[in-house]
Design a protein around this ligand. Structure first.
Ligand SMILES: [Zn+2]
Length: 248
């Protein structure tokens, strides 16, 4: 790897004061969270439950919760890795303008990054929401007491359907989140995309938006992305290998 290239990246990062980091599944694989689009990933093992099925069919709701219970153990135990800490350090240095993530594992929250700095595009598994009154409960509260033999869990307050606060298949992303992500992307002076293949829309559009508004674009991911030719810096590395290089 070109020493000059990493030094130029370091210099650009030091000059930037409004850095937006965009993260995908690749940042969490080193925390033992599987990339759910890859082979053997979650979607290979579980039949996805679409949002309208969840609303209309108790059997589908039970199936959905069974899947989530199986995933919960992994999510509960996973710890943030050096990649997440790299983002937290940018925040501590006052350089982080915001974080946009496609991940639902809550590892950025666990790294100590405050919630107001985070746009969880696909929601988070750390929370459960009532679909009727929109009350938010911690996932621990629900999963620690769940008993599916009594049916899918309901809101204690209004008896509405409870659902992990993630975006399901067939469910729209939240307007507020898209709006915040657009604003962060168009106002940042540097965007660092980590561990995303940048192919899923609309998420993949944010790096392009940043670049079009004059920000420097850096991409750190193992595989190639459709934006590599537009980026100022591309490092086809695992995040830990990239950080080894950066800190050397
Ligand atoms: Zn409710």
């Amino acid at each position: 790897m070109d020493r000059k290239k990493i030094n130029a990246f370091k210099e650009a990062m030091e000059k930037s004061n409004k850095i937006v980091v965009f993260t995908g599944a690749g940042i969490s694989t080193e925390s033992g969270i599987s990339d759910y689009r890859s082979k053997g990933g979650i979607w290979d093992r579980f039949q996805p439950v679409y949002f309208d099925e969840f609303i209309s069919d108790e059997k589908k709701r039970i199936q959905y919760w069974e899947n989530k219970i199986e995933l919960w153990d992994g999510i509960k135990q996973a710890e943030p890795n050096r990649g997440h800490m790299f983002v937290k350090e940018l925040y501590d240095k006052g350089k982080l303008f915001g974080l946009i993530t496609q991940n639902i594992d809550g590892l950025h929250e666990k790294s100590g990054l405050p919630g107001e700095s985070i746009v969880n595009l696909h929601g988070t598994n750390l929370e459960v929401i009532c679909l009727k009154c929109e009350k938010i409960i911690t996932a621990h509260e629900v999963f620690d007491n769940i008993n599916l033999t009594k049916g899918a869990p309901l809101c204690e307050k209004c008896s509405g359907l409870l659902k992990p606060n993630t975006i399901s298949f067939g469910q729209q992303l939240r307007y507020d989140d898209i709006d915040r992500a657009n604003r962060l992307s168009s106002e940042c002076d540097m965007m660092i995309a980590i561990g995303s293949t940048l192919v899923v829309q609309p998420a993949a559009g944010f790096p392009a938006l940043a670049k079009n508004h004059g920000a420097l674009l850096s991409i750190i991911t193992l595989s190639e992305t459709p934006y590599d030719s537009h980026a100022d810096f591309v490092f086809n590395l695992k995040i830990s290998d990239f950080l080894d290089l950066l800190n050397r």
